[in-house]
Design a binder for this molecule. Sequence first.
Ligand SMILES: CC(C)=CCC/C(C)=C/CC/C(C)=C/CC/C(C)=C/[C@@H]1[C@@H](COP(=O)(O)OP(=O)(O)O)[C@]1(C)CC/C=C(\C)CC/C=C(\C)CCC=C(C)C
Length: 333
Amino acid sequence: QPMLSLVPRNGRRGRSCKLSSTGVSTACSSAVAHPSRSSEERVYEVVLKQAALVREQRGESALDLKKPIESDWNLLNEAYQRCGEVNAEYAKTFYLGTLLITPERRRAFWAIAVWCRRTDELVDGPNASHITPKALESWDKRLNDLFQGRPYDMYDAALFDTVAKYPVDIQPFKDMMEGMRLDLRKSRYENFDELYLYCYYVAGTVGLMSVPVMGIAPESKASTETVYNAALALGIANQLTNILRDVGEDARRGRIYLPQEELALAGLSDDDIFRGKVTDKWRNFMKGQIKRATKIFDEAEKGVGELNSTSRWPVWASLLLYRQILDTIEAND
Ligand SMILES: CC(C)=CCC/C(C)=C/CC/C(C)=C/CC/C(C)=C/[C@@H]1[C@@H](COP(=O)(O)OP(=O)(O)O)[C@]1(C)CC/C=C(\C)CC/C=C(\C)CCC=C(C)C
């Protein structure tokens, strides 16, 4: 597996829809295989599993931060440092946000974010047009190895250290990859159920990866599932906002992430999107989309106060920023 370079994203959002991720078994299932269950129900199963993983940790005053031997310690510090540098260069706002959390959590975040960026780059980077299912398989194998303590490089070593210290599970990482596979061959979303799943893959998964690192406040009375659901909601609302913001840019790449059934109900077609003309039909359609994203942000907001107090600020800030983006979209349409 060659080392991936890290280049700025070109705006492509990435991955799409089909759930291999019920979190209950790896023999997962597509919407076709389980027509009776909504994406939301299936993603909720993942939430329950993830929540169970951190539940045991709650109430413990400190994490068990095992100290490696000195030479490993230095290497590890350097690996985390490199992750920090990558984020500082390619994700400046996120990097600044991480400066608001504790150093230990911060570097864990850096390691997770580098893996997400490198994964994204497989389908979105300069070599994306050559990416084959086999290359994704190698990346998948590499992920499994990493979680089993066999990292391939420094970035992976930092992530291995993170997943060894915090109850971060492999499932959201796998789901992010599954989304990539599907995005390579999907450019339309029939209904919101399909879109929801897509958003889970590309962004909801990030929420699930984040909670174990952010930590839940020891004084919180909320159930672990509630906090996980809020984190999932933040990722999903964030992605929906990106979709609404980037309709034109995506259309230029032949992609329409808006639910086809809802477009049709509003009297809009793909051609209307490609033409990019703002009409009353479009304004009404967008109003509904913005309302839905706002409601999901409301869900997310309920969970922020349940996070460890040292982790809340960047999450508030990101929520505020994204709500403002929604306001701007509404004002401009
Ligand atoms: C620590 C910190 C700064 C937190 C702020 C929230 C935040 C931005 C978290 C992202 C963490 C992360 C590991 C990112 C990895 C990279 C990645 C996949 C990013 C994607 C974002 C959008 O990036 P993109 O470049 O495409 O878009 P822009 O053009 O920059 O707009 C993602 C789509 C991830 C979106 C996911 C979230 C915002 C969910 C984060 C959830 C939490 C931190 C948990 C919050 C917990 C509760 C209880 C609400």
